[in-house]
Design a protein around this ligand. Sequence first.
Ligand code: HEM
Length: 284
Amino acid sequence: MGYPIHALEKSDSEYVKAHENMIQKRREMYRQRKQSMLSETGSTDNAPHSEEAHGQRKQLAFLDLLLELSEDGQLLSDADIREEVDTFILGGHDTTATALAWMLYLLGTDQTVQERVFLEIDGIMGGDRERHPTMAELSEMRYLECCIKESLRLFPSIPILSRTLTTGVDIEGHHIPSGTNAVIMLYQLHRDPQYFPNPEKFYPDRFLPENSTNRHPYSYIPFSAGPRNCIGQKFGALEEKAVISAVVRNYRIESVHRREDLILYGDLVMRTKGGLKIRIQRRM
Ligand code: HEM
């Protein structure tokens, strides 16, 4: 996946220094924490993933896990760690933010769909609009999940993918040689009427289980597919559910612009000229 050049080109700049300092501080914090855990449990076990205190297994944060892997064996240098963290932050930020913006916009274009989302969420969460949903409650929000999938169908955060062919392939009588750069237009792929009748319509029901069973597995790939697909797919989808459900529990959304008036452009992620504008109104 490519990232904006300006984020990576400052290899000699303050950006790198700031990250190096941050990694050093974090490494120090990590060592201290590990030391205090070992003395709490009386354990002498220094093996990775051995953080156990009060009988409860503690999960390492992503950065701590990378630090642990690089502690003695020097498996990863600080520069390697910085690159891994950059990849996760860049890969997980704009994509999720874009998906959230499109989801809110689309909900605001269709009050009938939005009412169904209200009904579902209120049914699951009850009257208290302030408390956070549990994981079990989030997984019950099936219609909201369909809305998120439908939004990523119409406006995939990453609208274009590319791969270099490592072997030649024959497709319908045409030979495509090894080394060719193949571009996959997700925006177009997701509008194939064979799999998505009336493709421009925002219709979340098409993702209900009974409507998706015979669909070609590669007709819908907002997180790409194969060995280099999105590593944060589940987390990204969960983040979307948590944020959207928190917003619509309290607010009704109305989109300012009609879909036909939007001017789309691809800037690594799918954007519109002038942004996506919505109005929100507190729900009674
Ligand atoms: C709605 C949210 C997201 C969407 C639509 C999305 C989409 C994608 C797509 C299409 C790719 C493949 C790019 C390619 O093949 O060239 C990808 C790769 C990747 N994504 Fe996501 N992503 C999302 C959220 C996240 C999150 C939350 C994280 C991290 C926490 C993440 C981390 C990554 C990484 C590290 C890769 C590169 C994987 C590799 O090359 O092996 N993504 N994402």
